[in-house]
Design a protein around this ligand. Structure first.
Ligand SMILES: NC(=O)c1ccc[n+]([C@@H]2O[C@H](COP(=O)([O-])OP(=O)(O)OC[C@H]3O[C@@H](n4cnc5c(N)ncnc54)[C@H](O)[C@@H]3O)[C@@H](O)[C@H]2O)c1
Ligand SMILES: O=C(O)C(=O)C[C@@H](O)[C@H](O)[C@H](O)COP(=O)(O)O
Ligand SMILES: [Zn+2]
Length: 365
């Protein structure tokens, strides 16, 4: 069964289609959304995804009369870089993409963010389609944040550029390595922790089904997670306020990714540690101890890391954190859980308190 959600953004509203086997019908979805057959379209993908899914997607699109060309980057976070963006743009030019062309992201969040930024910047913006193939990408394919990394800061060169639609074929998830499955589920749990206590409990109770890729559990979890993301983005597309809650765990998490060297800790792993840190911070601010114990228990149940490797340098983490895009006009901003399923945007957290949490995350077990 196909589930459908809408991201409500006025004239830029778009659907998210979730179901098994949707890639078989990829040509029909492109036709339905009026994608040009007269201009070439570019599929951006990575080396792992290309092995399994590039040829079938290309074949289906050609059969339907489209003109697909492709660019395959090396799998992994290091491909979210300006140098790689330039290479993809070279392919756009060599293949003759014009302003009626579409850029298609076929892959996980790295590909979605990279291809999306190509779409946002090539000829000052062309159409974009998200075809997510990881669990984590239920988050990254929705909402229009696209970016590449700088060695000093995550996602610091980017734009907001919404896709035409999101085509989520859940059968692709069956080939994901176990570590990627667990890292992807970290963002699903985040969607529960920020918005929906009942969904958080459901995730915890269904940890084995989710990590075991049970199709029914997966489709439900992805639908709920995408639903939270769509609801938040629909209310605050450009993160003027509410959207910042989607950043739970990311202030510490992004700093860890940059300090470790992109790719050592997966994004979902880094933010799992960050969410445990946010829960510790919450308790320090006077909220119930249960917020920390429950949060940590859930991430442990999913086999995700909950501590910062001891050799990571605290000063370097604190410096990297200062590049967080939520920090403005000299004011630090942290997303702090106030109960399970609710968070606040807190502008009164001192650097000393955060440093203390980072130290505790490095020591306690
Ligand atoms: N834009 C956003 O709103 C947003 C939200 C969350 C995360 N992100 C970004 O997403 C990135 C992480 O995304 P990710 O975890 O999907 O990483 P990823 O894109 O690197 O994919 C993870 C790994 O799985 C492989 N893979 C992908 N699909 C596969 C499949 N179906 N079968 C087998 N292997 C497959 C990839 O080749 C890669 O090795 C980070 O850069 C993060 O910053 C962005
Ligand atoms: O969509 C958002 O907004 C998010 O914060 C979702 C995050 O999971 C995601 O990692 C996002 O890329 C982080 O955004 P950033 O603005 O902190 O780079
Ligand atoms: Zn994230």
């Amino acid at each position: 069964m196909i589930k459908e959600l809408t991201v409500n953004l006025g004239e830029r509203s778009y659907p998210i289609y979730i179901g098994q086997g949707l890639l078989e019908e990829v040509g029909a979805y492109f036709e339905k959304h009026g994608i040009s057959k007269a201009s070439p379209l570019l599929i951006v993908t990575d080396s792992h995804v290309a092995e399994r899914y590039l040829q079938p997607v290309t074949d289906r699109l050609k059969e339907a009369g489209f003109q697909p060309v492709s660019h395959t980057v090396q799998a992994g976070e290091k491909s979210k870089a300006l140098s790689v963006l330039e290479e993809v743009v070279t392919t756009c030019l060599e293949a003759g993409l014009d302003r009626k062309s579409t850029v298609v992201a076929l892959g996980g969040g790295v590909i979605g963010d990279l291809a999306g930024f190509v779409a946002a910047s090539y000829m000052r913006g062309v159409r974009f389609i998200q075809i997510p193939t990881t669990i984590l990408a239920h988050d990254s394919s929705v909402g229009g944040k696209v970016a590449v990394n700088h060695p000093l800061a995550k996602n610091i060169i980017g734009a907001f550029h919404q896709p035409e639609f999101v085509l989520y074929d859940t059968s692709t998830l069956l080939s994901l390595p176990d570590r990627e499955v667990r890292a992807g589920l970290s963002e699903m749990i985040k969607h529960g922790l920020i918005w929906d206590a009942e969904f958080t409990t459901w995730c915890e109770d269904n940890a084995d089904r989710l990590t075991g890729l049970d199709p029914e559990a997966l489709q439900y979890g992805l639908y709920k997670g995408c639903g939270v993301k769509a609801a938040v983005v629909s209310q605050d597309e450009r993160e003027n306020d509410l959207r910042a809650i989607l950043n739970l765990g990311h202030t510490i998490g992004h700093a860890l990714e940059a300090v470790a060297g992109y790719g050592e800790l997966l994004h979902g792993e880094a933010i799992a540690i960050g969410m445990v840190g946010a829960a510790m911070l919450s308790v320090q601010l006077g909220n119930p101890e249960e917020i920390h114990t429950v949060t940590e228990r859930i991430f442990r149940k999913f086999g995700l890391p909950v501590r910062i490797p001891a050799h990571y340098d605290t000063d370097a983490i604190m410096t990297a954190m200062m590049h967080d895009k939520k920090f403005k006009e000299g004011q630090m901003v942290y997303i702090v859980p106030t109960e399970i399923g609710k968070v606040e945007i807190n502008k009164n957290v001192s650097a000393a308190l955060v440093r203390d949490v980072v130290e505790r995350l490095k020591q306690e077990d």
